[in-house]
Design a binder for this molecule. Structure first.
Ligand SMILES: [Cu+2]
Length: 93
């Protein structure tokens, strides 16, 4: 009885965590870009974060568009990655 209940709870936990995992896209404002090489540095830094599947950084817009799995990483981890690379950023609303 207890085993069946445990198995059921485990199954529920697994399905619900899968249901809440989602691929999301966030646009980060990165005002510290000063030349055409900056977006390359930012792209490298952010793409190293586990869960990130795509990064598009542009010097023209001074923004980075990041596609990520929100079960594996967070916007905070992404902005920390750019800050650690020398480019503080924040999400664009
Ligand atoms: Cu630069």
């Amino acid at each position: 009885m207890n085993l069946a209940r445990t198995a059921l709870l485990l199954a529920l936990a697994l399905t619900s965590s899968l249901a809440f995992a989602a691929v999301k896209t966030v646009t980060l404002s990165v005002p510290g870009m000063t030349c055409e090489l900056c977006p390359i540095t930012i792209r490298k830094a952010v793409s190293r974060v586990p869960g990130v599947s795509k990064v598009e950084a542009s010097y023209d817009t001074k923004q980075a568009v990041v596609t990520f799995d929100d079960a594996k990483t967070s916007v905070e981890a992404l902005t920390k990655a750019t800050a650690d690379a020398g480019f503080p950023s924040k999400p664009v609303q």
